[in-house]
Design a protein around this ligand. Structure first.
Ligand code: GDP
Length: 472
């Protein structure tokens, strides 16, 4: 549903309360009828749309408030290369393994859980925004809080900016760890000033972004960081029903000779158990074994916890969802149906926004259509100038929204971000990196390259006025 909302410009997370028209849009898309019911009367009442359901292949259980239990937060670390993401993850892992298990060998399965002040937190083990955005593009948005690592001796760097863009686009809460504060050259105040320039105003400067000085080398401040993460988790009121139908997201998958396919999952709701039949993407399966992040065999996994699962018929994809099924028979049947659907959809091109049909997306004309753009230019100056010129174009029917605008060649990560927001990429005097070309084909994102400023701006204007001829 989160992915479905992106094309209409809504960056939702599981805690977002949707407007009636957004709920109605989702219902329509999935063949449900949305009746407004009593919602309008009680201000502050949570959206409880009455939905007339068609028979669904997978049983979805109701989750009344009282069955919801607190779950641990899931955290992703991002930041510029060499700013200390891996060191910080390692320090936290080394020093905070659940009491009694210290000294044991920790397994790298893609995520781990630590304990702080008697409460648990799960960290995704692959730092950086590539996996974060890839998962989001597939609609599997597991992260609750992002820790942005900024080295105090280096300040804001290009990948720090990229991470900020990705986090903002996903609407995530950010906590900044100003790292390497043990170095004599560290300047944590300068790092904060740099953050302000990027629109993240630290709390000690009167804003709402928590910043904490740390050293992944000495461990200074790490405990404060964990305190802040737990506090933030409390604010977010993260809850899940351990008795619901089990759903888990694939965050890593591997195929090993002799062992078959296995994957690391994070349970979103329900309890994952050995012997449970499931469907994952188009394939059926049954949980054969479960291991925790310390390599210990376990029988069940609760919401928020990561675990390594074996029992897949085929290696799943990162971002796929594993869903509990009533029986192996039901899961095999659904698998056949999904594989059939997949074959049919492979014949069709992915449906993505194109400049030429932006006006056609407008529907009944009651709302402005959104033209989402992702601009890459040769130098920052030209990027700023083009962005300003486009924002100056006036149209009653279309509004432009910049998902990103920066200098440099079009990279794989640009394509992923454009794809997850259904944006069109405009390139001015830039090349497309070779691995990004593959990604473009896979994601079906439109790219338009220009070398003359006026041509670019004229085409955007024509698109906004519905004058652009379809590409042949
Ligand atoms: P990543 O690329 O962001 O994952 O960065 P790494 O964790 O690999 O760290 C890059 C380098 O910085 C390594 O040589 C680390 O030892 C060093 N480093 C990381 N954190 C700190 C810190 O807090 N203090 C100091 N002095 N060095 C650090």
């Amino acid at each position: 549903l989160i992915a479905d909302l992106l094309p209409i410009g809504v960056f939702a997370n599981p805690a977002t309360a949707l407007e009636a028209d957004q709920i109605s849009f989702l219902c329509e898309k999935h063949g449900f009828i949305y009746e407004r019911g009593k919602r309008e009367k009680g201000a502050g009442v949570k959206a409880q749309p009455e939905i007339i359901e068609e028979p669904a292949p997978v049983a979805v259980e109701e989750e009344p408030e009282e069955t919801l239990k607190e779950r641990m937060p899931i955290i992703t670390i991002m930041g510029h290369v060499d700013h200390g993401k891996t060191s910080l993850l390692d320090y936290i892992r080394r020093t905070r393994v659940v009491a009694g298990e210290a000294g044991g060998i920790t397994q790298h399965i893609g995520a781990y859980t630590v304990e702080h002040n008697g409460q648990k937190l799960t960290f995704l083990d692959t730092p950086g925004h590539a996996i974060f955005t890839e998962m989001r593009a597939r609609g599997a948005d597991v992260t609750d809080i992002v820790v942005l690592v900024v080295a105090a001796n280096d300040g804001i760097m290009p990948q720090t900016r990229e991470a900020i863009t990705h986090t903002k686009a996903a609407g995530k809460t950010v906590i900044v760890a100003v790292n390497k504060c043990d170095l004599p050259s560290a300047d944590p105040v300068k790092a904060r000033t740099g953050l302000m320039e990027e629109g993240l105003v630290p709390t000690d400067f009167g804003g709402d972004i928590e910043c904490v000085n740390v050293s992944a080398l000495t461990g200074e401040g790490v405990s404060d960081l964990l305190d802040l993460l737990l506090l933030q988790a409390e604010v977010l009121e993260l809850k899940a029903n351990p008795k619901a139908n089990c759903r888990a997201s694939i965050i890593e998958a591997r195929m090993e000779q002799g062992k078959g396919s296995s994957a690391t999952v994070i349970v979103q709701s329900g309890t994952l158990k050995v012997g449970m039949p499931f469907i994952c993407g188009p394939y059926s399966g049954k949980v054969r074994t479960l291991f925790d992040d310390k390599g210990k065999a376990i029988k069940k996994v609760l919401p928020g916890m990561p675990a390594e699962v074996a029992g897949f018929v085929e290696t799943p994809n990162v971002g796929d969802e594993l869903v509990e099924m009533e029986s192996e028979r039901a899961s095999r049947k659904l698998s056949e149906e999904r594989q059939e659907e997949l074959r049919a959809s492979r014949l069709a091109q992915p449906r993505r926004s194109r400049m030429e049909d932006i006006l056609a997306m407008m529907g009944d004309g009651s709302q402005k259509a959104q033209l989402k753009l992702y601009l890459k230019g040769d130098v920052q100056g030209s990027v700023e100038a083009i962005k300003k010129a486009i924002l100056d174009i006036h149209s009653d029917k279309v509004e432009c929204l910049f998902i990103g605008a920066s200098a440099g060649p079009i990279s794989e990560s640009d394509v992923l971000l454009a794809s997850s927001s259904d944006a069109i990429i405009l390139g001015f005097n830039v090349k497309v990196e070779s691995n990004a070309v593959r990604m473009l084909k896979r994601e079906g994102v439109q790219v338009k390259l220009y070398s003359i400023v006026y041509e670019l701006i004229d085409q955007v204007r024509d698109a906004m006025l519905g004058l652009l001829e379809p590409e042949t």
